[in-house]
Design a protein around this ligand. Sequence first.
Ligand SMILES: CC(C)(COP(=O)(O)OP(=O)(O)OC[C@H]1O[C@@H](n2cnc3c(N)ncnc32)[C@H](O)[C@@H]1OP(=O)(O)O)[C@@H](O)C(=O)NCCC(=O)NCCS
Length: 169
Amino acid sequence: MRTREAVLPDAERIHKLISTYSGDGTLLPRTLAEICENVRDFVVLEDGGEIMGCGALHLYGPHLAEIRSITVDRSCQGLGGGKRLVRALLAQARKHRVSCICLFTRKPEFFSQLGFALAQREDLPDKIYKDCCVCPRFHCCDEVAMVRGELPKFAILPEPPDFLVKLQA
Ligand SMILES: CC(C)(COP(=O)(O)OP(=O)(O)OC[C@H]1O[C@@H](n2cnc3c(N)ncnc32)[C@H](O)[C@@H]1OP(=O)(O)O)[C@@H](O)C(=O)NCCC(=O)NCCS
């Protein structure tokens, strides 16, 4: 098994892999269009030329990146592929000199083996603004936040929409 950066022809297989685990809420659902648009975030796990796993690193800024959409095909689990994917994404984060890597999961034991520690979601406003605010499970979330590295001291949030600025004025 080896990992490599994903390219556009991998998008459909990545979509299938993620869909297997998005129905029960294990992974956030990702549309094919979203995967194509963000394919450069993804790393894939190959075995004998076939894609058996994937994971993505979303960059918020030098202060924070997030590991997301990480999964290995059921037929290949328990063979070290998941760890390989996480290490490949951590290498990407190092390349971009990101000081903190976060993730949200229901499987903290898997990630604690890879140097991640539990955190408070309030320490990660970039993530809350991007995903949590629009999540139907915002008030009953069963995922835990984990981080590796130094907690961010600032956030880079998108400009508020015009209507909100006018309302606040
Ligand atoms: C989580 C997942 C990516 C792990 O992939 P994998 O290839 O099975 O993992 P590895 O073989 O690299 O396992 C590494 C270690 O983690 C442990 N581990 C694997 N899955 C685990 C889980 N669900 N919970 C706790 N520990 C787990 C293994 O026992 C192994 O430990 P060891 O090295 O001491 O034997 C895979 O089980 C998966 O795709 N699950 C469904 C999607 C998912 O839950 N993604 C993570 C959500 S954030």
